[in-house]
Design a protein around this ligand. Sequence first.
Ligand code: MD6
Ligand code: FE
Length: 217
Amino acid sequence: MTGDLFCASGAVGSYLEALSEGAVVLRGRALPVADALLAAIRTVADAAPFRRMITPGGFEMSVAMTNCGGGGWVTDRKGYRYTPTDPQTGAPWPAMPGVFLDLAEAAAAEAGFPGFVPDACLINRYEPGARLSLHQDKDERDYAHPIVSVSLGLPATFQFGGRKRADSVSKVALSHGDVVVWGGPARLHHHGVLTLRDGEHPATGRTRFNLTLRRAM
Ligand code: MD6
Ligand code: FE
């Protein structure tokens, strides 16, 4: 169900585009703070470097990841989970930057989820050729909270399916500054990212970043 386009109340230059009940794209919503977000990503990655993690099945992910906030999403041979510390350094994950918190709360409220306070942010880094296969986000404690997802840098094709893996999948183009908010009846919908095409973005070079802000712990 796409094409349900209307103007977001009070959000200057921002549009809400429904993907399904509970899932909306806020086109360009992060553009005013994009440079601040990228600077904060660099600060986080100085303390907790991007790394390609290993799936429980033994495969190295093509997407490099790091985290900030009270909890960070990790995967290794033991499984998927949230940890309070970075397994690579033993230190707590870097604190959530204020610009992440403020954007997540505002975007969630505009999408109909007021009072969202994330405690975990997974930062994904895609280079050309990287992809994320169809999955559900189900390692969080309470599915009542939405997820706020911010795209920066090179554009990507997002796959958006349904609650069941076999449900039909639609494709959504996500560009620099787009924010997807995802919750309620869409919270457990399958989704993924198609293989990133090569390109050059003025803000990030040959890279796409995605922030997924959650209430995880
Ligand atoms: C990405 N995003 O866009 C990967 N998960 O790079 C996700 O896996 C995701 O965008 C849950 C909710 C929104 C998302
Ligand atoms: Fe996800």
